[in-house]
Each structure stands twice: as C-alpha cells, then as structure tokens.
Design a protein around this ligand. Structure first.
Ligand code: GLN
Length: 573
C-alpha cells in the first residue's frame, strides 16, 4: 500500500471560526477527485474523550459507529465526506498521556525518563499513522484543535513538524485557518492577527502552505495579496472564506478558489477531474427551498445550539429533501415547566425531543410529549425523547401516575424506563454507556418500517437506560407499538403510537447517520408528517383542544421545583 499524503489543518487568531467545517470541506473536494480521504481531529484537552463533559463546555458528543464518544467536528467530517470514521479519528491529550503512563507503569520504558518529546510526540505520530493504516486513505487530513500559540497544542505541532521532516516534501501540506477582524470605525478588515498567528506557527517550525482567512465581510484582492506577502505564502494559496448561512456551500467556495487543484499539484496527487455535480445540485435544491417548515426542538440546552448539532443538521437535510426551508423553534423544556414557551410549542407543526441526561428540564419534555400525543402533532423522540414519550404514555394513558425513568426517580412504583442490565455495577462514567452501532429489527407495516423501507437496520446508541420489558404488554394493549427491537427481542429500540399520524421514538440516535445528500428516513418521515399537519391546520382541521387546558396543566407545575445540582447533571452527561 502506498503511503498516504497528509494535510495538517491548524487554526490561528481565535477558535470557533469553522476549522472543522473547513477540514471537512477539503475532504469533500478531494473525494470529488476520486481520492479516498480520512479525517482525524487532535484535541489538546486532558479529558480522555468529551463523553463526560457538559454540553456547555463542549457542545454535542458525536458517536462513531465503533462506539467512541468524540468531538462534534467528526460529525461535520462524516456529513461532508460520507466516509465512516472510527475511534482512532479523535485523539485527545488525555488519551496520549494515559496510554504512555500505562506503558511506563508496565515497565515498557524501563530505565528511561519519560518525556513529552519524544514519548508523547511519538504517540501522536503513531496515532496519526493508525488512521492512515486503518483507512487506507490516499489523503489523511489532520485537524489540530485549539489555536496556535496555546501551550497545550505544542506537542501536536511538534509531532507534525517531525512528520514533515521525516517525509518527502510533497507528502505533507499545512493549511492554516485564521480570522480577519473587521474594524467598524474605519470600515477595514485587518490582517495583522493573521500575520501574528503565522509567525507563531512558524516559531514551531511549521510553515503554512495555504491560508484560509475566515471573515464576515467580503475580502478584496489587496487583502489576500497582503496576507500572501507578509506570511510568505503563494497568492493563489490565500483563500478568503466569507461566513455563509449554508455550511455545505464551503466545498464549492474552496473549489472555486482553486484549492482542490492547488492541493493536487503540491501533494502530487493522482486525482481525477473534480466531480461536484451532485453536490452542486444539492446546494441548488437547498437554496431553492423557500417555503418554511416549522419544527419545535424541545431541549434544555437551547441557548447552546451546538449541543444539538447533528439533530439540527439532520432536520435540515430532511426539510431540504422535501424542498422546504427548515425553521427550528427552540423551546426550553425548563420553560415549559414554568408555563412559558407554550405559544411557541403550539405554533409548530412537528416536535423533536432530542437526547439528554439529568433531571433538569425533563418534566418539560414529558409535557411536550403529552402535547404531541394529545394534539396529534408529529413527534420524533431521540433517545431520552423516546424515554419521555414512554413515561408520558404510562402516566396519562395507563394511569400509572408516578411512572418515571429510574434515572430521575429511583423510588418510582412504575419504573417504565430502567437501567440496562449490563449497566448495573458500572461505576466508571467515561466510555461505559451502551455505545455505537447495534442492529434493530423492524415490525412490518409499522411507521418505522415504512420510513426505512427495510426489515433490519443498524443505528448508533449512547445510553444507559432502556424500556422496562415488564410493561410491554400493558403498553401494547393501550396502543403503543414496539416497532424496533434488538434481534434477540430483548431491547426496545423503537416505540410508536398506533393512533397518531407520526409519533415515533428511537432509543438510538438517528441524527448521526443523516447526510446532506441522503436525509435520514426517520427525519424525512417526520418532515413529511409535519407538512401534512401544516396542511390540515391550514384547512382549519387540526383537532387542537382549547388553549386553556394546556395552561392549566402547566400552571400546576409552576411551583414544582425540579432544580438539580449541575454536578449530578454532569455525572450523567
Ligand atoms: N439519559 C438517557 C440514558 O442514559 C438518555 C440518553 C440520551 O438521550 N442519549 O439512557
């Protein structure tokens, strides 16, 4: 097997400028040239993975097929390149140190002094090589998290410098993503921070070949040529990337700026002519979709949308596949508990309750599920969203008043959602959930089977709790159908309501498998049902009960203080 080529992607000036999307977009333009690409993210923090971090710290935790809890940039990589990533594709400083220290304890380095250079840097290089080997990619893109100049990213940059030294000149290339601030008073974009960050990068021994300057404003040729001159980069390798409302357009912007050809030339890649025809068609379709479709997402981190990144994208793909423009109405589940946000909930034509952990806001999610069931509003519950759908059904249809998940109430008389058998006795919190891809058999004729058009599927999981089988019969007798089961018939993976246009909950996270080019069947079915609901509503036949009833219900909960400590919430995050 030929050695792959490596593209290293670093960031300068500030974080959160879209380095992940840029790396993903580069992956797409290379794939469009018939090349096999793999992408890896190096994260400089000391956590082993983001699985135990609060969404406030980290945003969404993206789960790979092989069950790794990873950075949300891996979601961008998979969506843009449509290549499956593995646990090797996200490396953290925590992983590096725990591996090296374990080896030291075993005596593998007996007699030696263990140091950042060479032991940690060697481990970084070994992990980059691992992705190259596992993927047999032609090009491995390696994104370094954080910003150049951070103390903690230095070992990564040093490892990259060493790799560049030991490989052929045309085998590696560095792309530096920076930001051009705009000074309102003078109406200017400034290049100085870019110049400084390049200087900082060069101090580590890495000279960038390509500079991608992110900006919120149009960039003149003067600016790019100034960057080229001051940063010692070819003019054609300085690319301005103006903020876009459509992330999937970035590959086209980079392609039009000539980046694909430049990379092929510099890395001496054996590539075909770029074929972005389908991607372009997809963008045209997404842009043409003007009629909105309104979906309410009921979650507890709504002020922090990155926490629901894949859900947001999956809804977007599904709306576009129905030629609709997605309009998400973010509704705080905590607000619903206090009687707020109901007008918003009543205004949407479809509801999604995404995954989550911890008690805060969960009663609001149960209320949203009740609203969707009673008002026959299309509903998709994802993991916790499925569990609250079952809790609500138990309480209000079966009359089991204190039904709950034991995650929230261990003394409930009716634990309809309970800790999985395999989770009992698990004490460590990191990486111990039911994670990754599992098969699921669908009941013929169910909404799920109709959506998937397949008898068996595989989806990604991340949970500790599951439906309690003791309650299967009473639930079924009352109109809940368990339309997706693990092949051994022991685990409920999908539940749905019989007497409802579309009320489906999945114990897994379908959002991780949605692609812009291929909307996920469950999300696409939700949007289809939402459009039907919207039409019915327009014809004045939505069967909505008087508003008063809703408010009476919420007011009852107004003084019910469900506050939990952030700590116990984090334990479960
Ligand atoms: N907290 C629930 C569980 O662990 C749901 C998890 C989730 O939504 N990802 O089972």
């Amino acid at each position: 097997m030929a050695e792959p080529k490596y593209i290293f992607c670093t960031g300068g000036v500030v974080s959160s400028v879209g380095k992940g999307v840029t790396a993903a977009a580069i992956g797409r333009i290379l794939k469009a040239r018939g090349l096999k690409v793999a992408i890896q993210k190096l994260d400089p923090y000391l956590n082993v993975d983001p699985g135990t971090m609060s969404p406030y710290q980290h945003g969404e935790v993206f789960v790979t097929a092989d069950g790794a809890e990873t950075d949300l940039d891996l979601g961008h990589y998979e969506r843009f390149t449509d290549e499956l990533l593995t646990r090797s594709c996200n490396v953290t400083t925590g992983q590096l140190y725990s591996h090296v220290i374990d080896k030291e304890r075993r005596g593998d380095y007996l007699g030696g002094t263990i140091q950042v250079i060479p032991h940690i840097t060697n481990e970084i290089k070994r992990r980059i090589a691992m992705v190259a080997k596992e993927s047999s990619a032609d090009v491995v893109l390696v994104e370094v998290g954080g910003t150049v100049g951070d103390i903690e990213s230095q070992p990564f940059l040093e490892a990259i410098r060493q790799m560049r030294m030991s490989l052929d000149r045309s085998d590696t290339l560095c792309v530096h993503v920076t930001y051009l601030p705009y000074i309102g008073a003078t109406g200017e974009l400034k290049t100085k921070p870019t110049q400084h960050s390049v200087r900082e990068l060069r101090a580590t021994g890495i000279h960038p070949h390509v500079i991608i300057a992110r900006t919120d404003y149009p960039v003149s040729h003067d600016i790019t040529s100034k960057i080229a001159q001051f940063c010692d980069v070819e003019e054609k390798a300085v690319i301005a990337l103006v903020t876009t409302d459509l992330l999937y357009e970035v590959p086209l912007t980079l392609e039009e700026a000539g980046l694909g050809d430049y990379l092929v030339e510099k890395l001496k890649l054996k590539a075909t002519k770029p074929n972005l025809t389908d991607w372009r068609k997809m963008i045209t379709r997404m842009r043409a979709a003007q009629k909105p479709v309104r979906i309410g997402v009921v979650g507890k981190y709504i002020e922090l949308r990155d926490a629901y990144m894949s859900v947001k994208e999956a809804l977007f793909h599904a709306a576009a596949s129905h030629d609709r423009k997605l309009e998400i109405v973010w509704i705080s589940s905590g607000d619903l508990e206090k009687g707020k946000g109901w007008t918003e909930l009543e205004s949407v034509d479809g509801i999604v309750v995404p995954g989550g952990f911890g008690y805060r806001g969960v009663e609001g999610k149960v209320m949203a599920a009740r609203f969707a069931r009673e008002k026959k509003v299309p509903y998709l519950g994802l993991c916790l969203g499925m569990q609250v759908m079952c809790v609500e059904f138990a309480r209000n249809v079966l009359g089991l008043e204190d039904a709950n998940s034991t995650e929230f109430d261990q003394s409930s008389d009716h634990p309809v959602i309970d800790l999985m058998l395999e989770q009992r006795g698990v004490t460590d919190l990191g990486g111990t959930m039911r994670l990754g891809l599992y098969p699921c058999k669908l009941t013929p004729g169910s909404a799920a089977a109709k959506a998937y058009k397949a008898p068996e599927i595989q989806e990604r999981h991340r949970h500790r709790f599951e439906f309690n089988n003791i309650y299967r019969t009473p639930f079924e007798q009352a109109g809940m159908r368990f339309s997706g089961m693990s092949p051994d018939g022991l685990l409920v993976e999908i539940s749905e309501l019989e007497d409802h246009p579309f009320m489906v909950g999945s114990q897994f996270h379908p959002e991780f498998l949605s692609r812009p080019t291929k909307a996920h069947p469950l999300f696409a079915s939700l949007i289809e049902a939402t459009i039907d609901h919207e039409k019915e509503r327009a014809s004045g036949n939505n069967g909505a009960a008087p508003q008063q009833e809703t408010h009476a219900r919420t007011n009852g909960l107004q003084h019910n203080d469900h506050a939990i400590t952030e700590k116990s919430e984090l334990r479960n995050t």
